[in-house]
Design a binder for this molecule. Structure first.
Ligand SMILES: [Zn+2]
Length: 329
């Protein structure tokens, strides 16, 4: 069993999005910025969320988009380089699961770098992005086929996609179970869903950086897998990033609907997560090499980005050069 300090039992202001229970413990009371943020963990299944939500999720992103809409979004080359490098890493995680010219939806397309990579590899790529500035930029720059809005409201035909990717979006949504159910309905039978979220069990970040306002929900492998299961999706493997900071789950849509359980409790999961969070102290963190290596890696990345972007004229040109090897393989 896990050795943990006793946390106070409380009741959440909303039922658990996974198991519907309201019996929670308070994991933290501050965000990474030091602001008040009550983070709770469901004692039945281990799902972690901000309770109450620190903002209206839709309003939060609409505010963002208004700012971006007024100041037309044009990313700097170093940001394109970084996002393009991330896109290549993401592609390397899924390329063995794709076949030629599939119909693919990328949810939360952002600046469009990943979607552009898939499009340029011959896939029929669709995207949806709530930030109008990002969306308009990526349509103009890369010719992407995008809807502007939230996936919850997306206007796509049921069973129309061979694959759907949703990278670092699910944790921002107000009802992740509904989002996974919606994606399930959009997939063809046996279709592939790739979901990547931050891992609540990660210890690569400073302890005080674990919780912040933008992430309404926090998952570990077990809660993400169970939420997919609840939405009718079958576990088809997973990856953890090298620093264990991100978990990538691969799901398949079952060929036919199976009878679902109505009990989504996960034995010992809450205790396991509480033990990791409580054990990740400042003292332990700064006595390891992790924060110093992280700092050096960031310095190196920043310096190499400055050198690399000098050689390119235009953001699309930069991505085309970056993706050249990937396209020719
Ligand atoms: Zn729960």
């Amino acid at each position: 069993m896990y050795k943990i300090q006793t946390l106070q039992n409380e009741t959440s202001s909303m039922p658990c999005n996974l198991c519907s229970d309201s019996d929670v413990s308070v994991l933290a009371t501050r965000s990474r910025s030091g602001a008040l943020l009550r983070t709770v963990i469901c004692k039945q299944c281990g799902l972690v969320w901000s309770d109450p939500f620190p903002h209206d999720p839709r309003h939060f992103y609409e505010e963002d988009y208004r700012v971006d809409y007024k100041n037309t979004y044009t990313p700097k080359p170093k940001h394109i380089l970084r996002a393009g490098t991330v896109a290549l890493t993401r592609y390397s995680k899924i390329k063995h699961l794709l076949v030629d010219q599939q119909t693919i939806l990328d949810v939360g397309t952002g600046g469009g770098e990943f979607a552009y990579l898939l499009k340029s590899l011959g896939h029929d790529l669709h995207g949806i992005e709530p930030n109008k500035g990002y969306a308009e930029y990526s349509v103009a720059e890369y010719g992407l086929n995008l809807q502007i809005g939230f996936i919850q409201d997306g206007q796509f035909n049921n069973e129309s996609f061979d694959a759907i990717t949703i990278w670092h979006v699910l944790e921002h949504t107000e009802d992740p179970c509904f989002v996974l159910s919606k994606l399930h309905s959009l997939l063809k039978p046996q279709g592939l869903l790739v979901v990547e979220v931050p891992n609540i069990e990660a210890i690569c970040q400073a302890p005080k950086s674990t919780f912040h306002e933008a992430h309404l929900f926090n998952f570990n492998l077990d809660t993400l897998r169970n939420m997919g299961d609840k939405a009718g999706l079958v576990d088809d493997g997973h990856l953890l990033s090298d620093d264990a900071g991100n978990v990538t789950m691969f799901f398949r849509k079952a060929a036919s609907d199976t009878i679902k359980s109505d009990d989504w409790a996960i034995a010992d999961n809450a205790d396991r997560i509480i033990a990791v969070v409580q054990g990740h102290t400042n003292l332990k963190h700064y006595l390891t090499t992790i924060p110093y290596l992280r700092f050096l890696r960031r310095m190196y990345r920043s310096a190499s980005e400055k050198i690399t972007v000098k050689n390119f004229d235009g953001n699309k040109n930069l991505l085309d050069q970056l993706y050249q090897d990937c396209r020719s393989n």
